[in-house]
Design a protein around this ligand. Structure first.
Ligand code: GDP
Length: 526
């Protein structure tokens, strides 16, 4: 029997967080290439155009002819098992994107160095900060004219509230990009585009090595000057601070040119944490416990209307999953036959026989599984920390055929429980309101209402700007609030009270006027 402790110790589960076009797809492909998972890496071409955009990884699958599941990839590197989870962006951005971050132990942040910190990165980093997720940073596209490197670090520190510890430092940029200086190893790794994982890389020891002056007289002096400044302005790498999520090691490179990839893989293996304890209401669950346990962080509906199947993505929290074993869906108190369980491998489609903490397994189902559901071999566990996020987009739902109101309500109830969209019922009895963080969520709901519930729904825009869940220990205060602001209040699928604000100013004013109440931007799954 494999030793659970050593299996857990060699697991690394992470997600790439970035703004669209920063290079996530390219980097994913290069990570697979440098880990030896795929044989050749080419240029990742144009983005998807279809209405229901598939994951970026589907694109890789098509282009490379390799078999990758849509959103989870497992590969081996230096005798470690690495699980890479996709955080869909573009029109795919949804609450699931956020929730993926509740299933990882670390994150790799990719920044387009010509652009700096962008909107989607800020949103995703907010979730990482909430969870103290360790972050590794990759400054991408140094083969182009990019922004000043010190300025980029400064922006990361001030906007994302995380200290930067540069591990490498660029020598030049754009047409004069010469390589990176590895601060910890005191060596310059020379840039040559397109080197593969097996090619030799030229390395020059020592930043004061005269060979560097011969090769790049202009750039190396500049780099030495910058390094003086860096020493004063940035922070040394301290592993514990990285693991706390307060400090990020920063690497520079160019994903498309295969430059800087190996350093990232090594940082993941050497520094990123193995799976740690998972919090359940009952107790903390250690990854090395013998008994299997897991929770659902994402549900992916099959877009094919002929198939109603959905896949629930489970993160294994403890124990050993083996093919054919039985485990329990705790909310429904029902046994699951595990022979239907699928695993996600980047190489080949072979059925995986076992999974350990940190691994992701997929459970096909017909809609009876919800986000946040827990599974075990029998012990009652309710894993916590899988939040709902305050929506940023709202639509009022109307139906063409009023006789279908029952089906509409049933459909929205189920879609709401599943986490596909948030459903708010106004206290004043008005039309149902849908809330989402990405527009695709509304399209998915419209299509599923039609295909699965036979309801043709129309969505209209609203003046709502954002929502906050409201709580207070004093029931009387809440009752007062409900009475005074009935027209701005609603209950969600879990019956939690939410304030629907029409603007930032409106929200601030309301919070000021009701100081005894707490306004929450996230809500934990019940
Ligand atoms: P994603 O949207 O984050 O998945 O980004 P992609 O990986 O699709 O990359 C967006 C664009 O940036 C594509 O045209 C890539 O070819 C390009 N790109 C990615 N990495 C680099 C790089 O290191 N240098 C340059 N010049 N372009 C890059």
């Amino acid at each position: 029997m494999p030793d659970i402790i050593s299996e857990v110790a060699r697991r690394r589960t992470f997600a790439i967080v970035s703004h669209p076009d920063a290079g996530k797809t390219t980097l994913t492909e290069k990570l697979l290439y440098f880990s030896g998972t795929i044989q050749a890496a080419g240029t990742v071409k144009g983005k998807k155009g279809g209405k229901f955009a598939t994951s970026d990884w589907m694109d890789i699958e098509k282009q490379r002819g390799i078999s990758v599941a849509s959103s989870v990839m497992q590969f081996d590197y230096r005798d470690h098992v690495v699980n890479l989870l996709d955080t869909p962006g573009h029109q795919d951005f949804s609450e699931d994107t956020y929730r993926v971050l509740t299933a990882v132990d670390s994150a790799l942040m990719v920044i387009d160095a010509a652009k700096g910190v962008e909107a989607q990165t800020i949103k995703l980093l907010n979730v990482c900060r909430m969870r103290h997720t360790p972050i590794i940073t990759f400054m991408n596209k140094y083969d182009r004219e990019v922004r000043d490197s010190l300025e980029l670090l400064d922006e990361v520190e001030s906007v994302l509230e995380i200290r930067c510890a540069p591990i490498t430092w660029p020598v030049g940029m754009g047409k004069t990009f010469r390589g990176v200086y590895h601060i910890l190893k005191d060596e310059v790794i020379i840039f040559t585009p397109g080197k593969g994982p097996l090619d030799e890389v030229e390395i020059i020891k020592g930043i004061d090595n005269p060979r560097l002056d011969e090769l790049f007289p202009l750039e190396i002096d500049q780099t030495r000057m910058e390094l003086e400044l860096v020493r004063g302005a940035s922070h040394p790498f301290v592993l514990d601070e990285f693991l706390d999520g307060t400090l990020t090691p920063v690497f520079f490179g160019s994903a498309i040119n295969n430059f800087g990839i190996r350093e990232i893989l090594n940082a993941l293996v050497d520094w990123a944490p193995q799976p740690s304890d998972s919090a359940a209401i009952q107790r903390a669950v250690s990854p090395t416990e013998e008994k299997f346990s897991a929770f659902v962080f994402k549900i992916q509906a099959n877009m094919d209307p002929k198939h109603r199947d959905r896949i629930a993505f489970l993160r294994v929290c403890s124990g050993e999953f083996t093919r054919g074993m039985k485990f329990k869906h705790l909310r429904l108190n029902r046994d699951i036959a595990a022979n239907s369980v699928v695993t996600f491998m980047a190489q080949g489609r072979e059925q995986v026989e076992e999974a350990y903490a940190g691994d992701i397994i997929g459970l096909p189902n017909h809609g009876n599984i919800q986000i946040g559901d827990s599974f075990s071999e029998g012990e009652l566990l309710s894993f916590t920390g899988i939040p709902y996020f305050a929506p940023e987009m709202f639509r009022i739902v109307r139906i063409k055929n009023p006789l279908k109101i029952k089906q509409l309500q049933k459909g929205l109830q189920q879609l709401g429980e599943e986490g596909a969209v948030q459903v708010f019922k106004p206290l004043n009895g008005g039309d149902l309101i849908l809330g989402a963080v990405g527009v695709l969520q509304f399209e998915v709901v419209a299509s599923r209402l039609l295909n699965e519930y036979g309801v043709e729904a129309m969505f209209e825009s609203t003046t709502i700007y954002t929502a906050r869940w409201v709580s207070c220990d004093d029931a009387k205060k809440i009752a007062d609030f409900e009475k005074n602001l009935t027209n701005n209040l609603a209950r969600d699928a879990a019956n939690s009270l939410a304030y629907l604000a029409t603007s930032r100013v409106n929200l601030d004013l309301t919070m000021e006027r009701w100081p005894e109440l707490r306004f929450h931007a996230t809500r934990e799954h019940a």
